[in-house]
Design a protein around this ligand. Structure first.
Ligand SMILES: Cc1cc2nc3c(=O)[nH]c(=O)nc-3n(C[C@H](O)[C@H](O)[C@H](O)COP(=O)(O)OP(=O)(O)OC[C@H]3O[C@@H](n4cnc5c(N)ncnc54)[C@H](O)[C@@H]3O)c2cc1C
Length: 289
């Protein structure tokens, strides 16, 4: 199938983009097109207007600022994956990106596009939730910052307004030497995950956990942090971490059922994968002397 007819617009400035978003009805922003075009071709959606933001300056790039690490929405997934800043300061994000699609899709697909599309199995928005990223958004009422906890409103539904643009993401990196772990299950490499898990750990000089983040994705309609299990890790020694609360919390999620797996099997996977992610975070945590 092919997309239903639409008008194509290619603004060159933020002002032109703002005017188009304000004027046009049933319009969609086009970033890398790796999710939008398949959805249009399958006629899941039928926008009357496509607004291509590939020519808008300053929407791509990765920089360290006093407020954290900022990644522009139009930064290609391939560039995020190889960025030395991301690899050293946000290793969990780099680790997850290895599992996103294929070289070809990562060359076009953008981190912002994935965070706006919000497939429940998408690794990038999930890692934003694990890392407590902030979403920087601009629209007719100016610029606003949305914390990760308020970004996910449901299946394929973010907090972004119809006339708003996601400009970029801001991350506050975890401490040097923090532990990070990622695990997912997909039928073939590059397929969307059936379920996944991620973990972050920090410890004091005595080897006791001082900070923890645990997250399951691909299980419910949006990624889910596991706050009680995170709290249960605080104070534990890295040599004897009890993973049971994390596994139990992931298995208690309200798992989706689909043509691939039953809800029971997805819950089982969620438990296994959070356990693996936690173990990887434990082993990557650098011991302080
Ligand atoms: C074969 C294949 C395999 C894939 N495998 C995976 C995978 O394993 N994991 C995974 O996470 N993804 C996967 N993807 C999806 C891929 O990562 C997409 O690139 C991503 O979901 C969307 O990014 P995009 O830049 O292509 O956005 P687009 O497709 O252009 O846009 C997606 C949506 O976001 C909106 N949008 C985009 N940018 C902005 C912005 N800055 N502000 C406001 N709205 C915006 C668009 O209007 C649209 O609604 C796969 C895709 C393909 C084709």
């Amino acid at each position: 199938m092919k997309a239903s007819p639409f008008q194509y617009h290619r603004p060159q400035t933020r002002e032109e983009l703002g005017a188009l978003l304000a004027r046009l009805e049933n319009a969609k922003i086009l970033a890398g097109g790796q999710s939008l075009m398949p959805m249009m071709n399958l006629r899941v959606i039928a926008p009357d207007h496509l607004i291509d933001i590939n020519r808008i300056p300053d929407l791509a790039g990765i920089r360290e600022t006093a407020e954290g690490i900022e990644i522009g929405a139009m930064t290609r997934q391939a560039d995020v994956l190889v960025s030395p800043i991301v690899r050293s300061r946000l290793p969990l994000l780099a680790r997850a990106l290895e599992h996103v699609g294929h070289i070809q899709t990562r060359a076009r697909g953008t981190i912002g596009g994935s965070c706006c599309h919000l497939d429940p199995s998408a690794e990038q928005p999930a890692m934003c939730a694990a890392l407590d990223a902030e979403f920087i958004v601009s629209g007719p009422d100016g610029r606003r910052t949305i914390p990760a906890g308020e970004w996910f409103e449901g299946l394929l539904q973010s907090a972004l307004g119809d006339q708003e643009l996601l400009e970029g993401l801001r991350f506050k990196p975890w401490g040097k030497g923090h532990g990070h772990g990622f695990a997912e299950y997909a039928r073939r490499h590059g397929d969307f995950a059936i379920a996944g898990g991620a973990a972050l750990l920090e410890a004091g000089k005595d080897g006791r956990i001082t900070r923890a983040a645990l997250l399951s994705f691909g299980v419910e309609s949006a990624p889910r942090r596991l706050p009680d299990a995170e709290s249960s890790l605080i104070g534990q020694h890295i040599d004897s971490l009890d993973a049971k609360p994390a596994v139990a919390a992931a298995r208690a999620l309200d798992a989706m059922e689909d043509v691939q797996v039953t809800a029971d099997y997805r819950r089982h996977l969620a438990g296994v994968l959070i356990g693996r992610a936690l173990e990887e975070a434990r082993t990557t945590l650098e011991r302080r002397s």
